[in-house]
Ligand binder design. Sequence first.
Ligand SMILES: [Zn+2]
Length: 312
Amino acid sequence: MEKAHHNHDRKHDPVFYFIAVIAIIGVAASSYLAVARNDDKEKHLQDRNALLQQLNNTKSNLTVAEMNISELENELNDIKEELDDLADDYRDEKNRNEDFEDQIRSLSGTLGDLDKLSKIDKELLQKYSKVYFLNENYIPERLKQIDDKYILEGKNDQYFHANAINHLEDLLNAARRAGIDLKVVSAYRSFDEQVEVKGHHTQVYGEGANAFSADQGYSEHQLGTTVDLTVPAVGGTYESFAQTEAYEWLLDNAYKYGFILSYPEDNTFYIFEPWHWRFVGTDLARHLDRNNETFYTMEQRDIDEYLLELFD
Ligand SMILES: [Zn+2]
């Protein structure tokens, strides 16, 4: 009985209770910890998955972005090519326009030349041979009086072609600068005046007058672009003019001012007239001088090439 009592007493022993409570607390705590650890693990897993998911999302977003970029690059390249094509087209178009402008320019140049040519009197570069005479009704377009200071003393007023008179003055002034007192004896002569002069020569010299006052020579005076020149020491008879320094100077320099000797020594077209100088333009005069050629031995069609630049 005591033993049972004793047993019964042990059950109510505070130490027993204390141990039991400790044990219970221990079990509960470890269970709680186990559960809590499990919860932590779960949470970590979830977090990890969420992160992975986020990473995957970011990755796929990146892939989409990369695809967009390469698409944009392609589009940009297409635009670049289109721009290059447009630039090429623009260049082509510009070249075409420039070609067209050149054509217009050269066409208007040609038209300008034709217009200029149509206004230049073709007779002024015409050869008057023994078979081709200037029409008796021919009158120069416009004449201008030659300044008295250039005229041989005792001679009448003289007239020259208005478009060529500056060339004549240049020639006379250049001679003066070279110390040569070149004077005009005779310039423009109308057909009637020529007939008169010829009549006078015929009266004085008889039939022999044809030798030096034939129509041909005077025809050139009717153009208004021809002068007979002399120096006071020789005068208006021109005797021995060929032996003067003035004649030598003219042979060396007249071409620079567009003047040529129509009938040089030993020509087969007319008698030698060292005083008789005709304006044919500086281009043609220079050509004749350079090639040691004479106006009357040149082909008319070759002479006509110089008509455009006659008064330049
Ligand atoms: Zn003459």
